[in-house]
Design a protein around this ligand. Sequence first.
Ligand SMILES: Cc1ncc(COP(=O)(O)O)c(C=O)c1O
Length: 380
Amino acid sequence: MKKHPHSDVVTSYETYRNRVARETIPCYEPSIGKEELRLVTDVIKRNWLSENKYTREFENRLAKICERKYSVAFANATAALISGVKALGIKEGDEIIVPSFSHSADPNSISNSGAIPVFVDVDSATMCLTKQTIKKAITKKTKAILYVCAYGNVSDLDAMASYAKSQKIFLINDCAPALFGSYKNRPIASYGDFSVLSFFADKTITTGEGGMLLSNNIALINKVNMYKHDGRRERGVDVIEYKGYNFRITELQAAVGVAQLKKAAYFVKRKKEILRSYSKKLSGINSVRLFTFNSDGAIVPHRVVIFVPSAKHLIAYLASLGIGVRNMFMPMHSMPAYDTKGDFPNTQEIFKTGVCLPSAPSLTDKNIEFICQSIKKFYA
Ligand SMILES: Cc1ncc(COP(=O)(O)O)c(C=O)c1O
């Protein structure tokens, strides 16, 4: 087997678990409690664990928040992406432009739909695609752009939408970590032919695992629903019209999601406060640059990100102190599954120099102070 290009940072799951167990300040932790327990208990008492009223409520509330007509809950954002790409009618040999600086869900959902992911670099200021970064990758086979809201941020998302329209190609908006963020007075999730959200444990609201696809296009939504429900029109119908999947969420998860929505305003406020607190405490350290989110929007930072001379060295030091720090997305084009040649300087630089700092709403000011003092000491 070929040596992995980033094998120095790849560890076994057990090593990872041991490392996380030693973290006295977690990188992220969900805030779940009494309200989640109350609604999950209600689901158990009702004795119907697959999709039911909480799933429909969760979908409806998300559609409203994101200013979309329709929404479909999923087992995770990856499943939502796969179903959405299939429902667009994208087929074998079609090309979809995707940033190399992305989650594995992005190229994987393209490939698993039979299409070809065409990797491009991102803009270093926003960590996202821009019109300029994708223009040279467009060919006659391009059917869509898979835009990724990296760490909750966006670039010129409105220009991207107009550009996709002018080229008669689809804009898929992977805003998995960007719920509650807005750009130019519109929810980020309202952009694109469809958008997807993730509710994994480190997202602004969580259902443990979970996802949502949102769109204004009813024909697309009907197809998405069929891919989600095994290829049939709805549950209870046994005729399989598409080669579909079981990508359903459970009612237990949806109940957690509904409970989380009650606390969402607090989570958003804390995330912004935490970023401001880091910004103050890290200023004046020459080797550290705090990533700034797009000021044309009200972005909700998914993570606090800093850039330093060597991410690897700072991460090793902070991890030895029990601080839960993480790498940025690894360049997808160089993963063994894709192994694509090309020039992706910004993607590579972000990976080499970017560090995600702890940023859970439960993070205390005392802990932020300790993390910043530790970084200061490392560069003294
Ligand atoms: C940008 C982006 N896309 C997709 C995903 C995948 O989401 P899920 O784990 O719900 O499939 C994530 C998860 O962190 C993400 O950050």
